[in-house]
Write a protein that binds this ligand. Structure first.
Ligand code: DHB
Length: 308
């Protein structure tokens, strides 16, 4: 029994894709939709379509991945249209639309458009893309987050969450939680990739943009994901649900994120390596762990990390 809820929406599983992987177009979204995944989130949509950064812009390694995609996407209108099609075909299944602005006046336009559309799922506002040249990760600027959420929540009244970057300092955890707790958010998704790492193969950077720098994902970042889920669960209002993302390779990793308080778990790097069949494997592995421990549902262990 792996059912979970986010803001009153019901899901028949607790594992989904992380934004960016297997979610670029109708075909990729369909493959996740028909897999064992609970649901999907779209590629982060910007107001206008974007080609993204020059290639090579993603590389997988034994321990994880590096990417500097630069928000390639088909534009907000496309994803609104496609999610509406999936919704029509599966009226009971809630879907996530990811979006972000690339300039300050984008946010009002984006959310005015979403509010005027038929969209009835959950919006994940990405405040953590590390890869647009010249643009900082928004969520490292707490005043900017407050400004954007003030504007967005004044326009859009549907279920809304934010995708956060990893924080590394306890003061920063408190500062972002204090901002987020002021708003009627449905969920927080933590963590996005660890920004601006460098992977070298022989004597050459693995990817081309930004002098080789890119967001690090996969096994490298699991301890940061666990800590961010754990501490934000302790600091955020209880009505804000948490999607835990970062470093999931096995059912054990899913189990640990839920133990830290995650209501849903995102998988990105490993989905890229393995394809949508990863969701059935992770589901089986998580179920085996729960069976061995006698846990019947996720609430039997969610948030119940023990500290010696
Ligand atoms: C991209 C990478 C991210 O980590 C993100 O949150 C959004 C976009 C990208 O480079 O496309």
């Amino acid at each position: 029994e792996l059912t979970t809820t986010i803001g009153g929406f019901h899901f028949n599983n607790t594992i989904m894709n992380g934004a960016g992987v297997w979610c670029y177009d109708r075909k990729e979204l369909s493959a996740v939709d028909t897999s064992a995944a609970a649901t999907f989130v779209t590629k982060t949509a910007t107001l206008a379509p974007r080609a993204g950064n020059p290639k090579p812009r993603m590389a997988a390694t034994d321990l994880g991945s590096i990417n500097s995609m630069g928000l390639p996407n088909k534009g907000l209108d496309y994803y609104l249209q496609v999610v509406e099609e999936f919704h029509q075909a599966n009226p009971e299944k809630p879907y996530f639309l990811s979006t972000t602005g690339t300039s300050p006046d984008d946010f009002g336009k984006i959310f005015t458009k979403i509010a005027a559309s038929n969209f009835s799922g959950l919006v994940e506002l990405n405040l953590s893309c590390p890869n647009v040249v010249g643009k900082p990760q928004i969520a490292y600027d707490f005043a900017a987050v407050e400004r954007i959420l003030t504007q967005v929540t004044g326009i859009y009244h549907g279920p809304l969450g934010v995708k956060l970057p990893p924080y590394f300092d306890l003061v920063h955890f408190q500062q972002i939680a204090d901002v987020l707790n002021q708003f009627p958010l449905t969920f927080v998704n933590t963590i996005n990739s660890v920004g601006n790492g460098l992977v070298i193969q022989d004597e050459t950077a693995a990817i081309a943009p930004k002098g080789g720098l890119g967001g690090i994902g996969g096994g490298y970042i699991k301890p940061m994901a666990l800590a961010n889920v754990r501490v934000l669960r302790q600091l955020l209002k209880p009505e804000i649900n948490i999607i835990g993302t970062g470093g999931v390779e096995t059912g054990r990793d899913v189990f640990e994120l839920i133990l830290c308080g995650a209501d849903m778990v995102g998988v990105a790097t490993q989905l890229g390596k393995e394809g949508p069949k990863v969701f059935a494997r992770l589901t089986e592995e998580l179920t085996a762990i729960m069976d061995a421990k006698g846990y019947k549902r996720l609430s039997d262990f969610r948030g119940k990390l023990q500290v010696p």
